[in-house]
Ligand binder design. Structure first.
Ligand code: C2E
Ligand code: SIN
Ligand code: SIN
Ligand code: SIN
Ligand code: FE
Ligand code: FE
Length: 364
């Protein structure tokens, strides 16, 4: 490829790269860039998994996913020694791991292999360009590949850090929601499964993916207002009566007060759900008697999930109902308590919800 042509490819892909915001989509873009610029048949990007002591591919053009021991192959040598390697004749090199070709049915001719370093100068993986289409790898290929590898390593490190922060943040939300229901007594799994069931139902009614991801974290906070309900009501063994019912109903408003006025879209959604999850489709719910689509779609989803989960779980005031009884009861409430469309989608996919429920069952 002429230098002018290379420059064009570089510019075009740089444009795509700056438009792409998701780190996990950037890596395949970078791999395509390497493939085009170095004029190779394919690229593989390996990352090191410390827990399992393997190098695994996150990108492997046209190949199945590969896992190799870090003491094997050219890729292993690059990884261990932290050095780039140019191998013009793979089958003539004793370090070459023929097993990979055997597994994939591919014939490797030559390999350019570059270690990926994190900002602490630790090797986190290896980037390989395989089978140069027009002859041998050159020093220019090596320099260009090293440059792109720095960019790939930075992207991977940033996305790993981002994922760690996101995981901690998700867990904090679950634990806070759990704290609010700790006395109730709810289990941690109750919180997790409400989130999964709500986001699954959101997907089934074709809400946007980003909205469903928020729903997974917002739904578990629906009863956070129970933190403000006195124990004599919250922990009562028998049925609630009169004034107790009025007090218990305040958990919707208390939850809303705790969560409202945040800049975060996630918390805004959570505040709507806390406020509206006991509203009913026909307007007979609480606290405001909203009806139909005056009730946010997130709250209409959570009310179905919450009642299904509550009916089929033990509570201090009742024992669990069977799935059959719960479904029969809920079907009768279509168009009364529940949005008939969303309920019908829930019931069509019942098996999936039962699966989530049993995956995150209460351990007693
Ligand atoms: P929860 O236990 O999470 O129940 C959520 C919703 O599931 C309830 O909203 C209700 O719509 C439905 N549900 C749960 N169990 C039953 C049941 O045995 N029969 C029927 N028909 N529906 C059921 P609801 O009624 O607005 O209650 C809100 C919260 O108030 C409940 O949350 C629970 O914490 C509390 N609560 C409700 N009834 C009683 C009661 O009789 N005794 C006590 N101690 N607490 C109650
Ligand atoms: C090797 O690094 O020895 C083989 C790995 C591959 O073919 O991708
Ligand atoms: C409540 O309104 O939250 C108490 C439950 C009931 O209505 O029996
Ligand atoms: C929606 O409102 O987005 C779902 C359709 C419905 O609630 O009936
Ligand atoms: Fe509630
Ligand atoms: Fe609830």
């Amino acid at each position: 490829m002429s230098n002018t042509k290379k420059f064009e490819v570089l510019l075009e892909l740089a444009g795509e790269i700056t438009r792409e915001k998701e780190p996990e989509n950037l890596i395949p873009l970078l791999a395509d860039m390497v493939k085009n610029l170095l004029n190779v048949d394919r690229c593989s990007l390996f990352l090191y998994d410390e827990n399992r002591d393997v190098l695994f591919t996150v990108v492997a053009h046209g190949k199945v996913k590969i896992e190799v021991a870090p003491n094997r192959g050219i890729v292993g040598a690059s990884f261990r020694d932290g050095v780039p390697l140019i191998v013009q004749e793979a089958y003539a090199d004793p370090r070459f791991n023929k097993e990979v070709d055997k597994q994939t049915g591919y014939v490797t001719k030559n390999i350019l292999s570059i270690p990926l370093f994190n900002t602490k100068k630790k090797v986190i993986g290896v980037f390989e360009a395989i089978n140069k289409i027009d002859g041998d790898f050159t020093d220019e290929d090596l320099k260009l590949f090293q440059l792109l590898s720095i960019y790939a390593a930075n992207t991977i490190e940033a996305s790993t850090l981002y994922k760690k922060i996101e995981d901690a943040y998700k867990e904090t939300i679950y634990r806070l929601a759990f704290a609010a229901e700790y006395k109730d007594p709810e289990t941690y799994n109750h919180i997790v499964r409400i989130g999964f069931m709500a986001s699954t139902l959101g997907q089934k009614i074709n809400l946007e993916k980003a909205l469903c991801n928020k729903l997974q974290l917002a739904a578990p906070m629906h009863d956070i207002g129970k933190i403000g309900i006195p124990d004599r009501v919250l922990l009562k063994k028998g049925r609630l009566e009169g004034e107790e019912i009025e007090i218990m109903r305040k958990h919707t408003i208390i939850g809303y007060e705790i969560l409202k006025d945040s800049e975060s879209e996630l918390l805004q959604m959570a505040s709507r759900i806390a406020l509206e999850h006991h509203e009913k489709w026909d307007g007979t719910g609480y606290p405001y008697g909203k009806r139909g689509d005056e009730i946010s779609v997130e709250a209409r989803i959570v009310s179905i999930i919450d009642v299904f989960d509550a009916l089929t779980s033990n509570r201090p005031y009742k024992t669990a109902w069977s799935i059959t009884d719960a479904v029969k009861y809920m079907e009768e409430l279509s168009g009364k308590d529940f949005d008939p469309y969303i309920l019908s989608v829930f019931l069509e996919n019942l098996q999936e919800f039962i699966k989530i429920k049993s995956k995150y069952k209460d351990e007693i």
